[in-house]
Write a protein that binds this ligand. Structure first.
Ligand code: AMP
Length: 384
């Protein structure tokens, strides 16, 4: 008997009900922020993803050669496809362009709770503006989506890649060493990071100070650390402005600065942010995003770009873990034909009520009133 492929899942009606609830709430919030929906193909040329992330991405992909000899890949994410579509069809659209998407993504990950080989992302791209208010609105949108689906406990962390790069420069850390230590920073493995810095001739005092700045939420301390590095100072001032807007204009009380956000992807530039659900433990990251540069890499006219992606499966897991009560569908009417001769009439009444927009079901098993009522009770979610 054939089995479901590893890392994939079927979703039975009660699970789909929750997933649709999530999608509908998310969509309403995207639309409330002026975004329009976009859809791209499930597979793309392999080159689209290798151009963005290098050949090593192939190990993480489902890729194949089609019957015409084309090298293709199931999409591992949707930013690259959306930017490809932007270059092909939307470059002339009025700016800023705001597009959102829902889509399944495929990664050759090692499956575990919250990590699948086929999973769903909801995300958006904001093209044509990089003002602080545009970035503040983008971060606020991600946060608000997760709040609007009903999550109680989420943590928003914001960083800036120019700042962390300035920190590397200050310690004269070479690109090669940077490559070695970035994964430790990404995974907050500070002991390993400390050892790696020490192994690369960084003094104990410098390594300790570096680690402290990576972990502190105190902007003044970070500012003092990068003092004299003009771009980092300007970016920190900008970050301060964004945090202020998040608090005062969007009512987000607790955004946290985390300079140690590096994101796995190479194409991010300045602003980076992540939202996590601490209830999820190891796979707690729900959302990642920021300010990036792909349009020019793919041959389009340079333009500011930013966006984020939310993992829908994890958002749902977080809601379930928080014991969220999902809205349940229920029938308006259940009809029980009490004799066989009333069956045609029952069918016709059901049709007329459905035509008026009611949800209607009826006994199709000729099983009598007692059993029918029992069945109806379950479908109508009422006590009869
Ligand atoms: P990324 O494109 O890697 O930044 O991922 C964005 C979000 O998608 C993450 O924050 C996760 O919530 C979710 N995600 C990434 N990979 C997986 C996976 N293999 N299974 C489930 N969710 C994932």
């Amino acid at each position: 008997m054939a089995q479901i492929p590893r890392g994939t899942r079927d979703f039975i009606p009660e699970e789909m009900q929750k997933r649709r609830y999530l999608q509908q709430r998310m969509e309403a919030t995207f639309r409330g922020y002026g975004y329009g929906e976009i859809q791209t193909p499930t597979f793309e040329t392999l080159e689209l993803f290798t151009a963005k992330s290098g050949a090593s991405i192939i190990d993480e992909l489902y890729n194949f050669t089609d019957k015409g000899g084309r090298e293709l890949a199931l999409r591992p994410e949707l930013t690259a496809p959306v930017i490809r579509c932007y270059i092909e069809r939307l470059q002339m659209a009025p700016k800023p362009l705001k597009v959102f998407y829902f889509g399944n993504c495929f990664r050759y990950d090692r499956p575990q709770k919250g990590r699948y080989r086929e999973f769903w992302q909801a995300g958006c791209e904001l093209i044509g503006t990089d003002t602080p208010e545009a970035h503040a609105e983008l971060v606020a949108l991600a946060y608000t989506i997760l709040k609007n689906i009903g999550l109680q406990n989420i943590v928003l962390n914001i960083g800036n890649l120019h700042v962390i790069n300035a920190m590397f420069e200050k310690l004269r850390i070479t690109d090669a060493v940077k490559k070695d230590v970035l994964p430790f920073i990404d995974k907050s493995q500070y002991e390993d990071l400390f050892s790696a810095l020490r192994a690369n001739d960084i003094s104990q005092q410098d390594a300790e100070a570096f680690l402290e700045i990576l972990q502190t939420p105190d902007l003044d301390k970070i500012m003092a650390y990068v003092h004299g590095q003009a771009q980092a100072e300007a970016e920190l001032a900008r970050l301060r402005g964004i945090l202020e807007l998040l608090k005062t204009s969007f009512g987000i009380a607790d955004p946290r600065v985390k300079i140690g956000i590096v994101r796995g992807l190479d194409y991010y530039k300045g602003l980076v942010f992540e939202i996590e659900a601490p209830v999820l433990g190891a796979e707690k990251q729900l959302c990642g995003g920021g300010d990036y540069e792909l349009v020019s890499l793919f041959g389009g006219t340079p333009v500011p770009q930013a966006g984020f992606a939310i993992g829908c499966d994890r958002a749902l897991l977080a809601l379930e873990t928080e014991q969220f009560t999902f809205p349940q569908p229920s029938l308006d009417v259940f009809i029980v034909p009490v004799t066989e001769t009333t069956i045609p009439l029952a069918l016709s009444v059901a049709s007329q009520l459905r035509a008026r927009g009611l949800t209607v079901d009826l006994d199709l098993l000729r099983r009598g009133i007692g059993k029918s009522l029992k069945y109806a009770r379950r479908s109508m979610r009422v006590s009869l």
